[in-house]
Design a protein around this ligand. Structure first.
Ligand code: AMP
Ligand code: ZN
Length: 115
C-alpha cells in the first residue's frame, strides 16, 4: 500500500469510490469518468504498478479479475450483447493510474480498432 497511489487509497477505504464488488483480493468500482453506460474498474487490493510487474504467481489473481469482470457484465445484463475488457499498460496506451486495473465497458456499440 502506498499513500501516493489513488487505487491503494480506494481499496483501503481512505478515498471515496462507488464500490460494485469487494472480496479478499479484489475491489470493483464505478469509473468516475465513464466511457460507456457500463464502465467498471476491477482492481486488485495488492499494489502492482503495471502489467510489466506481474509474475507467474499472479496468474490466479489476473484470472480472478477477468472472471469478476465477466460476472459483473452478466449481472448488468451486457454479457450477451457484448462488452470489452481492457488493461492499459503505460502512458502510451493511456494508463493514468499506476496500480493495475481491468476496465469493463459495455452498454453501447464499441468500435474496433480502439483509439
Ligand atoms: P487508466 O487511464 O487506464 O489508468 O484508467 C484509470 C481510470 O481511472 C480512468 O478511466 C479514470 O476515469 C478512472 N479514475 C480516476 N480517478 C478515479 C476515482 N477517484 N474513482 C473512480 N475512477 C477513477
Ligand atoms: Zn496502489
Amino acid at each position: 500500500m502506498t499513500d501516493s497511489c489513488l487505487f491503494c487509497r480506494i481499496v483501503e477505504g481512505k478515498a471515496h469510490a462507488r464500490i460494485v464488488h469487494e472480496d479478499e483480493r479484489l475491489v470493483a468500482i464505478e469509473d468516475i469518468n465513464p466511457q460507456a453506460p457500463l464502465h467498471v474498474l476491477v482492481i486488485p487490493r495488492r499494489h502492482v504498478a503495471t502489467l510489466n510487474e506481474l509474475a507467474a504467481e499472479d496468474d490466479g489473481l489476473v484470472g480472478e479479475m477477468i472472471r469478476r469482470a465477466a460476472a459483473i457484465a452478466r449481472a448488468r445484463g451486457v454479457d450477451q450483447s457484448g462488452y470489452r475488457t481492457v488493461f492499459n499498460c503505460n502512458r502510451g496506451a493511456g494508463q493514468s493510474v499506476f496500480h493495475i486495473h481491468l476496465h469493463l465497458l459495455g452498454g453501447r456499440r464499441l468500435g474496433w480498432p480502439p483509439g
